[in-house]
Design a protein around this ligand. Structure first.
Ligand code: NAD
Ligand code: ZN
Length: 342
């Protein structure tokens, strides 16, 4: 089969012929229809420091996908060929305290599809049945391919009550923009999104941000005043990984404000802990998605009208993956969807 492979320890990806994945007795084999490029894939493409210490080569990469089941292992009863599915990209151990207690998203021994085990940028991918999510009939395949990053947005956004709340999202990358849509869908009042890229702010607005802030030209505290939020934001979603953005967020939260942190800073960062303490803020780190409550909520929200499709800026056949990666690298793309059927 064809697959996008990190063939050697160097920048780039290679479209190659590789053996079909092995299908274990607990596995499901999926014929991939669409995939989407994640920031993680760009790190792997660039072969940065994180990728060098994380990715064994050769490795089929990619973890955002949708496809059709074509074969199931002997132990699999609940899935069958023909079902349209995506995969949870974190494969958990099943044996640690958190896994045994049903808190699988807190597993300390996860492996990653397309990171430490063969990925989905391929004609076929095999996954444990416990990592398979069946889509509702009729779902748009391009949207279904985004369930992994949409899950990051949903898991972060739904940490706290949003109904009637004023939300600040720092970072209008694809995840921040999708989070804006989720917050509106969940009944937030103001959804303010910051970035320093006008194209990305425009996208966040299309997805439902009620006010966007280019932090190069405007101060968040002024916007807060303009909106009449005398006491600050109720809920903060950090989705930039930028220390400056995070500090700005902390300074603009209300007393008792609640913050969920998804963005990954590239180095240690200092914050003003006095603000956290005296303003009695709650800070929570977020990784991945909750298995499978996040997936359930995503399916139901999409079914009930949540539309995240504007976040897709590029749709390409998989053979043109290089154009897709170039668009990601230039910052011109938000989500790039590759079609494996054409
Ligand atoms: P992205 O890099 O595309 O988006 C980040 C955005 O933040 C960019 O648009 C950038 O312009 C903006 N930004 C940079 N500095 C800023 C500042 N000072 N103020 C406001 N905005 C600023 O990333 P993404 O794919 O949307 O993901 C969002 C973040 O979440 C990234 O840090 C990513 O690494 C992280 N992430 C975490 C998990 C997890 O499980 N914790 C999963 C996926 C992604
Ligand atoms: Zn575990």
């Amino acid at each position: 089969m064809k697959a996008l492979v990190k063939r050697e320890a160097a920048p780039g990806l290679w479209l190659e012929e590789v053996p079909m994945p092995e299908v274990g007795i607990n596995d499901v084999l999926v014929r991939v229809k669409r995939t989407a490029i994640c920031g993680t894939d760009v790190h792997i493409y660039n072969w940065d420091h994180w990728a060098q210490k994380t990715i064994p080569v050769p490795m089929v990469v990619g973890h955002e996908f949708v496809g059709e089941i074509v074969e199931v292992g002997a132990n699999v009863n609940d899935f069958h060929p023909g079902q349209i599915v995506s995969g949870e990209g974190h494969v958990v151990c099943g044996r640690c305290r958190n896994c045994l207690a049903g808190r699988r998203h807190l597993c300390a021994h996860t492996s990653g599809v397309g990171v430490n085990r063969p990925g989905a940028f391929a004609e076929y991918v095999a996954l444990p049945m416990s990592n398979v999510w069946e889509h509702k009939p009729g779902i748009d395949l391009d949207v279904a391919a985004l369930f992994d990053p949409l899950g990051n947005a949903v898991h972060t956004a739904l940490q706290y009550d949003l109904l009637g709340e004023d939300v600040l999202i720092t970072g209008a990358g694809p995840i921040g923009a999708m989070a804006a849509a989720v917050c509106r869908h969940a009944g937030a009042r103001h959804v303010v999104v910051t970035d320093l890229n006008p194209q990305r702010l425009e996208l966040a607005q299309r997805l439902g941000a009620t006010r966007t802030v280019d932090v190069r030209h405007e101060k968040l505290s002024d916007v807060q005043h303009e909106l009449g939020l005398a006491e600050g934001f109720d809920v903060g979603l950090e989705m930039s990984g930028s220390p400056a953005a995070f500090r700005d967020m902390l300074a603009n939260m209300c007393h008792g404000g609640k913050v969920a942190i998804l963005g990954i800073p590239t180095e240690e960062m200092a914050i003003d802990w006095n603000t956290v303490i005296f303003n009695m803020l709650t800070l929570k780190g977020i990784y991945g998605r909750e298995m499978y409550e996040t997936w359930y909520k995503m399916s139901v929200m999409v079914e009930s009208g949540l539309d995240i499709s504007p976040v897709i800026t590029h749709r390409l056949p998989y053979t043109e993956f290089q154009r897709g990666f170039d668009a990601m690298l230039s910052g011109e793309a938000s989500k790039v969807v590759l079609n494996w059927e054409s």
